[in-house]
Ligand binder design. Structure first.
Ligand SMILES: Nc1nc2c(ncn2[C@@H]2O[C@H](COP(=O)(O)O[C@H]3[C@@H](O)[C@H](n4cnc5c(=O)[nH]c(N)nc54)O[C@@H]3COP(=O)(O)O)[C@@H](O)[C@H]2O)c(=O)[nH]1
Length: 602
């Protein structure tokens, strides 16, 4: 920024004045000057003049190369120098500094301090203002000023000013990033929390705020199967849809991963929040077209409507989370409004989780075994291991209650390892031609070192791999296909048999029967139970049996409960059967008796 010419001239004139005053006050006689060998007064004046010019040049050079602009006002605070360089629009030149600086007082935290300094004629430092720049964009200035006095009388202000627009833009950018999610540019968890805190604190008792917590259903599989690029694009689209469902006064935030939240500060009644939730469910459930993929996901929503400021922010958000948990437990793709009873259910679930964590150390698990027989020979070919949890207070808990919890918490990995080890140990004492079947969870594929667990269990029990069957579900095959295929192939090398469980209830994409190394198909019991009533069920069983024969796979029918079902299954060329008609799951100690009983029937 240029150091203004008129300012240099004014400064020079003022210096010259000072020099003249000094000359008058301390003029030596020409004789004195000659005697002392010093320069004469005119020579002295010339030297002083030169020195002053050099000083001024030096000052001017400093200021020319500095990013600061100097300015000066008169005693009325009218800018008298430097105003052109303040970056103020021409129309504002000549107005009082206080007015010029008053254009956007809210932009400055130090505004009041600054006004006080001005009226008390005190210095001020680092005063920042935001003005309209010449190009109409924001111009941030940082101003320092000192009052000037002559014989105690206030003369005005003098100071420096610099353009700090770039720094302010960076600061604004950093502040934005600290408060927003970089992908969707929605508010992040921290700022959502802060705004809820503000809303909770400022609402009167009669006013309501609504908090909606959302979790996407199915996002993870999109991310895992189609990649993170598609996952990001999906999150962006979800953010857009949420914003279009919400009002402009609602705060939409991304809390992280596939979790979103909305704060509505003027929720009139529960219906208001419910209709917002319904709009969101419909909108999020619409198909997405991303990178040539048609993707479908859903969402679950927990709502907390709170009318009072008695609850703390954490509790207000936690209750929306509890309602979200309830919505997910109730089958996902729905919303629930928080009620106090939900807390009780959540406490029970948390207690069950605590108990489940201790169950292994406390040896509370036991394996029951259910035989699978060859339909023709009636010989037992396999015992399926079925886990039971003997809870010290609640009695025996079925796997349908605790396996989903174990999967959610990751506890299925150590529990699954225990099942493998125990099943192999038990099978080692059975007749050589009887195998043991163990159910696997998809979490064991994704999080555990499955191959290692199987190898260790076989080695520890001294059981050959060919005597172990692993039952997997169709959903396992659909995730991380390559990795899953590799794991299954390596297990197959150990001689382990792979069975596909609950066949017909999942995706039934028949292509995987060819592309994965499978030995056995277990037809879901829903088809078996319809056998005597519906001819279509018999047709399905026959089709699966023929498919199995063509692919050289064994076909097992699950859930056989009657002699009639067993007969039809035989007619439909099904190979093996399992069900209550043949035998109920039994503790390991009872198996010798089961083997004997079935031998007698055969
Ligand atoms: N990941 C693991 N999953 C496991 C393990 N142990 C069990 N499970 C899974 O839990 C589900 C329920 O099992 P369970 O309550 O033991 O029920 C099994 C049988 O009792 C039942 N069954 C057997 N015959 C009949 C019948 O004739 N009628 C009828 N209504 N039910 C019958 O079916 C269950 C066995 O099914 P499947 O596994 O499909 O062969 C179940 O999904 C187990 O897989 C474990 O260690 N790990």
């Amino acid at each position: 920024m240029a150091f203004p010419v008129n300012f240099i001239a004014a400064a020079l004139a003022s210096c010259m004045n000072d020099v003249r005053c000094w000359l008058t006050a301390a003029k030596p006689s020409p004789l004195e000057s000659c005697r002392s060998g010093e320069a004469g007064p005119l020579e002295q004046l010339r030297l002083d003049n030169d020195r002053l010019r050099r000083e001024l040049k030096r000052l001017s050079d400093f200021l020319d190369t500095s990013s600061e602009v100097v300015w000066e006002t008169d005693d009325q605070l009218t800018i008298t120098s430097g105003k052109e360089d303040l970056g103020l629009p021409a129309g504002q030149i000549g107005i009082k500094l206080a007015e010029a600086l008053g254009i956007n007082p809210l932009a400055s935290k130090s505004w009041i301090e600054y006004l006080q300094a001005l009226s008390n004629r005190k210095p001020f430092r680092g005063f920042e203002i935001c003005l309209d720049g010449r190009a109409g964009d924001e111009l941030w200035l940082e101003i320092n000023g000192n009052p000037t006095f002559a014989r105690g009388k206030f003369q005005g202000y003098r100071g420096t000013c610099r353009n700090v627009t770039e720094r302010k833009l960076h600061e604004a950018q950093i502040a934005f990033l600290a408060a927003h999610d970089p992908l969707t540019r929605l508010a992040n968890r921290r700022s959502f929390h802060e705004l809820v805190e503000r809303a909770v604190g400022t609402r009167g008792r009669h006013k309501r705020i609504a908090i909606l917590c959302l979790d996407l259903d199915g996002f993870k599989s999109v991310n895992d199967t189609l990649g993170h690029g598609v996952g990001d694009a999906l999150l962006l689209e979800v953010a857009q849809r949420l914003k279009s469902c919400a009002k402009t006064t609602d705060l939409v935030a991304r809390l992280g991963g596939d979790e979103f939240a909305i704060l509505r500060v003027d929720a009139a009644d529960p219906e208001d929040a419910s209709s917002l939730a319904e709009r969101i469910l419909a909108s999020i459930g619409e198909p997405y077209f991303l990178d040539e993929h048609r993707v479908m996901i859903g969402t679950s929503i927990g709502i907390n409507i709170t009318a009072c400021s008695e609850n703390g922010t954490d509790e207000v958000i936690k209750n929306a989370d509890v309602a979200l948990y309830q919505a997910k437990s109730d089958g996902r793709g729905t919303y629930r409004i928080f009620q106090n009873e939900m807390n009780v259910r959540l406490q029970e679930r948390l207690q069950l989780e605590v108990d489940l964590r201790q169950a292994l150390q406390r040896s509370e698990f036991e394996l029951f075994y259910q035989p699978i027989v060859n339909i023709e020979s009636k010989q037992i070919v396999t015992f399926e291991a079925l886990l039971r949890w003997h809870h010290p207070q609640k009695g025996t808990i079925p796997p349908t209650t605790f396996i989903p919890l174990a999967e959610e918490t990751g506890l299925i990995v150590p529990i699954g390892d225990w099942v493998l080890q125990q099943a192999c140990r038990d099978a080692a004492s059975w007749p050589q031609d009887v195998r043991v079947a163990v159910n696997l969870s998809s979490v064991q594929f994704r999080r555990g070192a499955l191959e290692l667990s199987v190898t260790r269990a076989l080695a520890a029990a001294g059981l050959h791999g060919s005597r172990l069957e692993l039952e997997i579900t169709e959903s396992i095959l659909l995730h991380d296909e390559e990795i899953t295929r590799d794991i299954l192939n390596r297990l197959r090398v150990l001689g382990v048999h792979i069975a596909i469980d609950d066949f017909g209830t999942g995706y039934s994409a028949l292509s995987y029967l060819r592309s994965f190394p499978l030995d056995k198909i277990k037809i879901d019991r829903s088809f078996v139970q319809d056998l005597s009533r519906e001819t279509s069920a018999a047709a399905i069983v026959r089709a699966i049996s023929e498919l199995g024969q063509a692919l050289d796979m064994t076909i097992v029918a699950e859930g056989v409960e009657t002699a009639e079902q067993l007969r039809i299954l035989g007619d439909q060329r099904c190979t093996q059967a399992q069900g209550y008609f043949i035998a109920y799951p039994q503790p390991a100690a009872q198996l010798i008796r089961v083997i004997e009983e079935l031998k007698a029937v055969a």
